[in-house]
Design a binder for this molecule. Structure first.
Ligand SMILES: *Cc1c(COP(=O)(O)O)cnc(C)c1O
Length: 440
């Protein structure tokens, strides 16, 4: 499989280069040349296999011939280290819990896969790879944890001073070893500016093989297909005679839902998707008006989705649906919800069904309610993705529920009081550059 930019199908690159480059030279996203098809419906045994073997069939066509099945299998084996349970909430509404990884959110899957893959590449080329990321909080934690102690890879994370929570700072700055954390005297945009400028700097590029691990990297997107397939296997084991399956995905940058929609194009029998958003509602408005009109981003309690220009949406609209409005409307519905709707749903679902949703998952649940208008179709199974553990967004949870959130072993580990080791740098590219080239 080869990859090219969304706007230009002429310059083809390998998977390896698409991953190392991160974004294409014209500044847009990489997409595969085509979506490979799996004969799932005609192969009754497809879902009889172990999860890891299912994941292997899913990802193998995307990785090209430069990597053996054995190596892919090892990468998958090290990635799928935690479960993806499906739980019934009520009637035919289920949740797919994606928060059992080390940093309590679904981003652990993509970050871990990318870390394992870069480790493979570093071994192959016999050179050290340097990952440079700017973070406003969550990505940094998932990347730090996934790359920790990976041989041949060094990670430099830039974050804004006073711009992230103390728990997030701990996740990024307490690991040490190959994870270097840099506190920048500026905001997230300043951090991102320094990262972007580094990728264009000749002297830096001469000394380092630089790559970025942000969420638009194709190596973080593709493995997110795994849990759609695995959850399909688990749900057909649980319930016989499923005629229709619908996923509601709490969406911000639309990477998670894009992976689901790719899985469907590969042949996974999903009836349609619901993209559930907070009041940053560019896509719900787009799907009702056919006008793409992002507004200023607003802060909400589901802050991992405070995005008004979702970077992965072109992968869905331009690539998967070829800008065909009628076709996309058959497979994608989208609704937006306010903070007060989110909070009251968390409380209602807890009171009625004793299940605690986080603010992001709650928006996924609301998407199902809004779509079905309280009348659930009985032949249909609705699954919303619970993208983070409620503990992760404790300060945004309703006060009355906070005390009922139980802590798992990953949370206990996160809270363990480890020392913070960070380097502070002025908001100045030249100072960053001289640190990188001389003092590091
Ligand atoms: C990143 C994130 C999202 C949004 O996922 P996208 O792939 O950006 O749409 C939703 N919930 C949580 C908890 C997240 O961390």
């Amino acid at each position: 499989m080869l990859y090219h930019s969304i706007n230009n199908s002429k310059n083809l690159v390998s998977f390896e280069n698409a991953v190392l480059n991160g974004i294409s030279p014209d500044g847009s996203l990489y997409i595969p040349q085509y979506i490979p098809k799996l004969n799932i419906l005609s192969n009754k045994k497809f879902f009889d296999r172990d999860d890891n073997l299912i994941a292997l069939s899913v990802i193998k066509p995307y990785l090209g011939k430069d990597i053996t099945d054995n190596c892919i299998f090892n990468i998958i084996d090290n990635t799928l280290k935690f479960p993806f349970p499906i739980k019934k909430i009520h009637d035919n509404i289920y949740t797919l819990e994606l928060f059992h990884g080390p940093t309590l959110a679904f981003k652990d899957v993509g970050a871990k896969f990318m870390a394992e893959y870069l480790n493979f590449i570093s071994n192959k080329i016999g050179k050290k790879i340097t990952v440079l990321v700017a973070t406003s909080g969550d990505t940094g934690g998932a990347v730090a944890k996934a790359f920790y102690k990976k041989k041949g890879i060094e990670v430099i994370i830039l974050y804004p001073r006073n711009g992230i929570s103390s728990l997030q700072e701990k996740q990024i700055s307490s690991l040490g070893h190959n994870i270097l954390s840099l506190e920048i005297d500026g905001n997230f945009d300043n951090c991102q500016y320094i990262v972007k400028k580094s990728f264009l700097d000749k002297e830096i590029k001469k000394k380092y093989i630089l790559t970025s691990a942000n969420s638009i990297n194709i190596a973080r997107l593709l493995p997110q297909m795994f849990y759609y397939f695995i959850s399909y296997k688990n749900i057909i084991k649980k319930i016989k005679d499923i005629s229709e399956l619908v996923f509601s995905v709490p969406s911000g940058n639309f990477g998670n839902i894009c992976a689901g929609m790719m899985a469907e194009k590969m042949g996974l029998p999903i009836k349609f998707f619901i993209a559930s958003t907070n009041i940053n509602d560019t896509i719900p408005r787009f799907l009702s008006t056919n006008k793409y009109d992002p507004m200023v981003t607003k802060k909400t309690i589901s802050n991992a989705m405070d995005i008004s220009n979702p970077s992965n949406f072109p992968r869905i609209w331009n690539f998967l649906y070829k800008k065909n409005f009628i076709q996309i409307k058959k497979k994608l519905y989208s609704y937006s919800f306010t903070d007060s709707e989110t909070l009251s749903t968390i409380i209602d679902v807890y009171n009625n069904y004793k299940y605690i949703m986080d603010p992001h998952g709650a928006i996924g649940y609301l998407g199902i309610s809004r779509h079905s208008n309280k009348k659930l179709k009985s032949s249909c199974i609705y699954i919303f993705l619970e993208t983070a553990h409620p503990f992760k967004f404790l300060e945004n949870m309703p006060c009355s529920i906070r005390k009922n959130i139980s802590k798992n072993k990953n949370i206990m580990e996160m809270l363990n009081n480890r020392k913070i080791k960070k380097i502070s740098i002025k908001n100045n590219f030249d100072q960053f550059k001289s640190w990188l080239l001389e003092n590091k």
